[in-house]
Design a protein around this ligand. Structure first.
Ligand code: HEM
Length: 400
């Protein structure tokens, strides 16, 4: 059975994840006249050395949910929850019913590249008497200038990220996992996001955010020799092959942003809006043209402005700090003043936040070009353990 093209073209090479299409009802064609396999049949195997939802291209839909353990929940109960969650996630990723709960929401749909990613917050370790096994990389992040983080929508003992190319499939998975948590953990906060739908563009392309920018170009790539060193942790033992996820709900001041002329928007980022080409590359540059931070314009000014987002965020400006960004847009209606409650559910995966998000955000928050149009409203840091082998569950080496 051939893999569905989007996953095959953009899928996480080297991620150790099986990507393909499901057989049975979902092995068929989209229609009698369409020879492509239905996008709904694409699946990402749940079991493997890495958890899904890190290196795969962002799916069309995401649900993020954080849970807090109920008082009195001990290690056995927490382990049981991760066992149940992992088993349900594996079934749903394979296109099988998730089990009890879910209300039939996803009936008729294939797995739609469903991934379920589990993370552990710093508070989990205290509650389970595991403080001595909390990794140093999970230490609280510093406060950044301009942060206005809402505690009710930040942090949490457990994090679940559900990605799928169909909204009903994603919400169904969330309902199933929430039901399995009953009596053990209570939902703390929940956020929903979206990204490009597979097939929306004539050929696979880097997606755009709600500011209209091509976003994700200079991410580390799975084929880079140092990709794993940047993104995946080597320890402690139970975290080897895992990653650390920094999350931020970043609201965009879209009405202000959209009132700027395009050339001004481009200077604040350092890339062209039409195709994402760096402003240092001249008219023939393309999205993949390397950024040249030293390049100057004919008038002698830096081609990429001193406060351009790509200059301030670049590894070269931050002692080599790097992370894999995998954000989703959100658009949650209107604020009291009528402005859109919209922006980016920013997620960055890295081997150690102290060598990734922290130094970069410290510089961005002091005033890159984009910051004036952004508000950081919620945040969290989670240890994302490695994937579980067949028959195992995520976090087993820590919890059993
Ligand atoms: C690059 C947008 C927040 C780190 C970019 C690019 C865009 C962009 C358009 C250029 C294309 C690319 O290489 O992906 C945004 C928007 C943000 C945001 C709209 C908020 C809503 C952040 C935050 C961080 C960050 C919070 C980290 C603390 C980076 C990095 C790059 C980048 C590391 C690549 C720089 C390079 O090496 O060229 N961002 N970004 N961004 N951004 Fe952001």
């Amino acid at each position: 059975m051939p893999a569905v093209s989007r996953r095959a073209v953009l899928g996480g090479a080297g991620a150790g994840l099986a990507v393909g299409a499901v057989g049975g009802a979902w092995g068929g064609r989209a229609s009698a006249r369409d020879t492509r396999p239905s996008p709904g049949s694409a699946r990402v195997a749940f079991h493997g050395p890495r958890q899904g939802g890190i290196v795969e291209p962002a799916q069309a839909r995401v649900e993020w949910a954080a849970f807090d353990l109920l008082p009195g929940t001990g290690r056995d109960r927490a382990a049981g929850l991760l066992r149940d969650w992992s088993a349900a996630a594996a079934r749903m990723a394979a296109g099988e019913p998730g089990g009890d709960g879910g209300g039939g929401i996803a009936l008729d749909a294939g797995p739609n590249s469903l991934t379920v990613t589990f993370g552990f917050g710093a508070s989990l370790f205290d509650k389970l008497g595991l403080a001595d096994r909390r990794p140093p990389a999970l230490a609280a992040l510093p406060a950044f200038p301009g942060d206005a983080l809402d505690p009710a929508r930040s942090d949490g003992d457990l994090w679940v990220q559900i990605g799928a190319d169909d909204a009903l499939v994603a919400v169904h998975a969330l309902r199933v996992l929430r039901r399995l948590a009953a009596g053990t953990a209570a939902p703390r906060w929940q956020m929903a996001g979206f990204s490009r739908t597979p097939g929306a563009t004539a050929r696979p392309m880097t997606g755009r955010n709600l500011m209209g920018q091509v976003d994700g170009t200079n991410n580390p790539r799975p084929q880079d020799p140092d990709f794993a060193a940047k993104v995946f942790a080597t320890g402690p033992d139970w975290m080897a092959g895992g990653s650390y996820a920094v999350l931020r709900r970043i609201r965009m001041l879209l009405d202000d942003w959209e009132s700027l002329p395009t050339d001004r928007q481009e200077r604040l980022v350092g890339r062209r809006k039409s195709d994402g080409a760096p402003l240092s590359g001249g008219p023939d540059a393309g999205e993949r043209t390397p950024v040249d931070l030293a390049a100057t314009a004919p008038d002698g000014a830096l081609a990429i402005a001193p406060d351009a987002h790509v200059r301030v965020a670049a590894p070269a400006s931050n002692g080599g700090a790097a992370m894999l960004r995998r954000g989703f847009s959100f658009h949650d209606g209107l604020l009291a003043d009528g402005a859109p409650d919209a922006g980016l559910l920013f997620a960055a995966f890295q081997a150690d936040p102290a060598r990734g998000f922290v130094p970069v955000q410290q510089r961005l928050a002091r005033g890159d070009g984009l910051s004036r149009f952004l508000r950081h409203e919620a945040g969290a840091l989670f240890a994302v353990p490695p994937g579980a082998p067949e028959g195992g569950y995520v976090g087993q080496p820590l919890l059993e």
